[in-house]
Design a protein around this ligand. Structure first.
Ligand SMILES: C[S@@+](CC[C@H](N)C(=O)[O-])C[C@H]1O[C@@H](n2cnc3c(N)ncnc32)[C@H](O)[C@@H]1O
Length: 207
């Protein structure tokens, strides 16, 4: 990636997010047909493992255009079952725009069995992402939130490294665990969601 304001290198393991695909192995059979969406694919390491573990899964991968193109190259050979959604790096652009267009093209019908939200980690973007995912998530499906305690300060997006962050967010927002805020104030208050993995995976149990 070489977005104008977003850092090219993030502190993400080359193994991707084992907590996500290891959990998925406990709830999906190897040959099962299901639909997986990932918001923030970075170097597609989690998506690559999901492809390998679940040969019949369909993947929907969302990120900035350049990350999506790199993911497309890395995951070549699986193009018949992966849909890619890129967006620009304009401050108010995000996968939420792609999601809204997907809701439109799918006529509001639920289509995902698993949503892994591992993108902006900010309320401005991801609080809306949760509501849009909820529209597309089937009953019985899972919402997976990465980095419950993560803050902009001290991360790869610390304003000292990514100066645009201090233009976009207040100091309070930079020091607040915003994934925790979304999970605690929106997801946990919704009786349709049951916590399955502490601070991470929630199952949608009612429409
Ligand atoms: C922590 S990384 C994702 C790691 C990946 N899920 C994995 O498990 O390997 C966060 C990703 O979110 C993407 N992202 C952050 N803000 C975004 C936005 N506004 N629109 C699209 N993608 C965004 C970044 O480009 C980055 O690739």
């Amino acid at each position: 990636m070489s977005q104008s304001w977003y850092p090219e290198d993030l502190a993400v393991s080359p193994l991707g997010t084992p907590g996500t695909y290891e959990f998925m192995r406990t709830v999906f059979a190897e040959r099962q047909h299901f639909s997986y969406a990932e918001f923030g694919v970075y170097r597609a390491d989690t998506a690559k493992t999901v492809c390998a573990l679940f040969p019949n899964a369909t993947l929907h991968l969302f990120d900035f255009h350049q990350a999506v193109e790199k993911a497309r190259a890395k995951l070549s050979g699986h193009e018949n079952r992966i849909y890619y959604y890129g967006n620009t790096d304009k401050y108010n652009d995000s996968y939420n725009w792609s999601l809204l267009k997907l809701i439109e093209s799918n006529n509001g019908q639920a289509m995902f069995d698993y949503c892994f939200l591992d993108g902006a980690h900010t309320a401005a973007v991801d609080a809306l992402t949760f509501f849009l995912c909820d529209r597309l998530l089937r009953v019985g499906g899972y919402m997976d939130f990465d980095d419950y305690t993560w803050t902009l300060r001290g991360s790869s997006l610390d304003p000292a490294r990514a100066p645009a962050i201090s233009e976009q967010y207040t100091d309070e927002q930079i020091d607040t665990a915003q994934v925790k805020l979304i999970v605690d104030q929106i997801v946990r208050r919704d009786p349709r969601y049951q916590e399955i993995v502490r601070d991470k995976v929630f199952r949608k149990i009612a429409a």
